[in-house]
Write a protein that binds this ligand. Structure first.
Ligand code: HEC
Ligand code: HEC
Length: 501
């Protein structure tokens, strides 16, 4: 793996040796195009990979890793510049984006809007980018949401100035970050973590980070899902730009990736299976030595009921307080990373969300509920993909949970949490009914996991079409029987699967 010292050492020589043939040297370590953009490690990897695929650059995997490290450190993004668009790096591919209409139509129709928002350039570079798009994909102008307008004219005269203003090369956040960027040496140690995987449940445990050379680390995780499944494994990680943590950790037999922002003694992000990025967990961790409350598992409690709750964090001690009407009946375990208690909620405990306190620690909520006002299927809209059947791409599953919502005394909706449900699918519309999508598109399992059908044409279907489908996902709560609905599209394989969608 490439270390920081190595990258800082070899980066300039690699730029000179590998890139100068086509990019004009502008003095020092500066080259045309390359030195006038900032982006994420994934963004740099994609640019260099394009140089290989489209322009015939030849570079070894090792040298490419070194260059990505060098460029991502030198020309990265400040943490605040990635706010709200980290889902693209975290590969949350079911995210429904909310950019303005123009950016969505002009730029966000072939790839995510986040791919745009995760770059910083001056006007000249946004302009080169527009020209490169049309030069590389001339048919762009004839496609839907282009042929109805003068795409190039709009891109150059409206998008370029707008992008240069919204996503400029130079700004205060980046200037400040370069001065404040923490050292990788702050990361080794024990981290208490908390997570949740859809259709699997909560997980918690300890992640041990030890220093390897430079900005690389050895990683061990040791934990457990709420259902008892172990979550144990080891691997390695690298830190880019002072906070972009990228890990490869094998949990059991399954290689998983970690995409975290490591900031102020916390790591936050997503950990997912390398071969199935739809199987991932929301992850947060706090380092020993600073007192933090990460979560309470589970984060809901029924009025009149009893439950075991676990507070997860670092530097924990004492007995938690859950507010009026919720009493700690018994303290089961207190360690710096976990406080396990048995609690009882009075039948008349106020329903709604309340803050949990452990000494001076706050930041975690508990929902107390009585009645369920609404059930939402999470994700509300998602995409599964057919696969296998002799093909090279695995099936992409749908994974669902039933999110219960209540109404508090003021009539305000509040999130209760994920409750057990039974699962089924139904045709989304008449067309789906006629084409028997429910029969062909795949199978909804008991646990809220939808396994799509096999890839390729299906002789049993009308016109021998493939196993695509348009489905309603229906959750029915085990307790109370209320229902919620989501929308699932089952479609073809994702042939083009770059690091940033
Ligand atoms: C064989 C010629 C060639 C080599 C070698 C080459 N590039 Fe490029 N590069 C191009 C061309 C042509 C473009 C403009 C079209 C494009 O963006 O694909 C470009 C554009 C770029 C851009 C701007 C992309 C954008 O989105 O605006 C970056 C960044 C870049 N190159 C990085 C590199 C790096 C780093 C290297 C060395 C590892 C390198 N290139 C080597 C030909 C080359
Ligand atoms: C016709 C489809 C299409 C449209 C429309 C489109 N893009 Fe792209 N864009 C692509 C493809 C394909 C790539 C190349 C991915 C790769 O590197 O392999 C790309 C790459 C990019 C990159 C990464 C380039 C790099 O090397 O860093 C950015 C940034 C980007 N597009 C921004 C935009 C913006 C801004 C617009 C609107 C003005 C836009 N795109 C419109 C298809 C499109």
């Amino acid at each position: 793996m490439c270390t920081q010292a190595q990258a800082a050492d070899e980066g300039p020589a690699l730029l000179k040796g590998k890139c100068m043939g086509c990019h004009i040297h502008e003095g020092g370590d500066s080259y045309s195009r390359i030195s006038h953009q900032r982006k994420t490690p994934e963004g740099w990897l994609m640019s260099i990979a394009r140089m290989q695929v489209m322009h015939g650059l030849s570079i070894s995997d090792d040298d490419r890793r070194t260059l990505v490290k060098y460029l991502a450190d030198k020309q990265g993004l400040a943490p605040s510049e990635t706010d709200g668009v980290r889902y693209a790096m975290e590969r949350r591919l079911n995210t429904v984006e909310h950019f303005d209409e123009q950016l969505t139509q002009m730029c966000g129709r072939c790839h995510s809007g986040a791919r745009v928002a995760l770059q910083r350039r001056p006007a000249k570079e946004w302009e080169h980018l527009v020209n490169f798009h049309l030069g590389q994909w001339p048919s762009l102008e004839y496609q839907a949401q282009s042929r109805d307008r003068d795409w190039l004219e709009l891109a150059l005269t409206q998008m370029v100035p707008e992008l240069a203003k919204r996503f400029p090369l130079e700004d205060q956040a980046w200037a400040d970050w370069q001065k404040a960027r923490p050292k990788a040496q702050a990361l080794p140690g024990q981290w208490s973590f908390s997570g949740h995987m859809l259709a699997k449940g909560d997980v918690r445990g300890v992640m041990t980070v030890s220093a390897d050379s430079g900005d690389t680390f050895k990683v061990e995780v040791q934990g457990q899902y709420a259902d008892g499944t172990p979550f144990t494994g080891s691997g390695s990680a690298i830190l880019y730009n002072g906070y972009e943590w990228r890990g490869n950790v094998k949990v059991g037999d399954t290689p998983m990736r970690q995409i975290f922002a490591a900031l102020n003694g916390e790591m936050k992000g997503r950990m997912f299976e390398a071969e199935h990025d739809e199987r991932g967990l929301d992850f947060s961790a706090a380092k020993d030595g600073n007192a933090r409350l990460l979560s309470v598992q589970p984060a809901f409690l029924k009025a009149g009921g009893e439950a075991e709750l676990t507070l997860v964090g670092s530097g924990l001690s004492g007995t938690p307080e859950f507010g009026p009407g919720v009493e700690v009946v018994k303290v089961l375990e207190v360690t710096p990373r976990q406080v396990r208690v048995k609690v009882k909620a009075a039948a008349d405990a106020a329903v709604g969300t309340r803050a949990v306190a452990l000494g001076a620690l706050k930041g975690v909520d508990l929902a107390v509920y009585k009645d369920i006002a609404e059930v939402k299927v999470v994700p509300a809209f998602s995409i599964a993909r057919v696969g296998e059947n002799g093909g090279s791409t695995p099936k992409v599953q749908g994974r669902f949970e039933a999110e219960a919502w209540g109404k508090d005394a003021a009539g305000q909706p509040y999130r209760i949490g994920y409750l057990p449900a039974t699962w089924s699918v139904a045709p989304f519309d008449e067309r789906a009914e006629e084409d028997q999508d429910v029969k062909f598109a795949g199978q909804m399992q008991k646990d809220g996991v939808f396994v799509p059908g096999a890839a390729g044409p299906n002789p049993e279907r009308r016109m021998m079409t493939n196993n695509a489908g348009n489905l309603k996902v229906i959750a029915q709560l085990e307790e109370g029987g209320q229902k919620g609905e989501g929308h699932l599209i089952v479609t073809v394989q994702r042939w083009n699967n770059p690091p940033l969608p």
